[in-house]
Design a protein around this ligand. Sequence first.
Ligand code: CTP
Ligand code: MG
Length: 229
Amino acid sequence: KYTTVIIPAAGKGKRMGTQMNKQYLELGGKPIIVHTIEKFDQSPRIHEIIIVTSKEEMEYFKKEIVSKYHFNKPLKVVAGGKERQESVYNGLKNISPEAEIILIHDGARPFVSLEEIEKSVEGAREYGSCVIGVRVKDTIKICNEEGYIESTPRREGLWAVQTPQSFQTSIILEAHKKAEEDHFLGTDDATLVERLGYPIKILEGGYQNIKITTPDDLTIGEVILSKRS
Ligand code: CTP
Ligand code: MG
């Protein structure tokens, strides 16, 4: 089945605190976003790659990333929006008409594995929707505004979800369309599908599939890279 990955990369990287957008920072001598794209470019399960960048960075992206690194798959660069959700939706509006399965994967998660990509594609085919996640290791507390603990959910059912989040095309299109109509803003794509009542399978991934968010993550990222090479 024709499978498209949408890679939202239109954020500002505020929490990294660097002048340059975090996704152009290098890990092992290569920009973070290049590591991410390469994984999907290498996966035999992916047919098309759509990268969403901000309007202002689009030319830079085409010149400094797309033309300098050699990707083999059909690749489109489209403009994103103010929120991640808008960026993904704009990616969805640019998928090939053949696309039957859609993977959505953060540009800032360069350590996704080929196994996780494969599992995601299989999961979307089998369950309609699936997300990669890991069991939380810490105990989670629900706190009030004043900073006091209110309750402690049982750890057994708690998962930290990552990306890829993967869907049959009609499901994710419907979910984004409905969210826009309702002015609903979610923090991930699965949330938009949940509110329509479709089942979403959680598939166990690994703890190395981190999102590069703060400077500490760069240090951890270098360790993950050196461990892998
Ligand atoms: N993203 C996007 N469009 C936005 C906001 C985020 O495509 N309007 C992308 C980011 O580029 C990133 C992914 O969504 O690859 C996950 O978001 P996050 O880690 O929060 O990145 P930023 O929003 O760039 O970082 P920050 O929140 O610290 O500003
Ligand atoms: Mg953000």
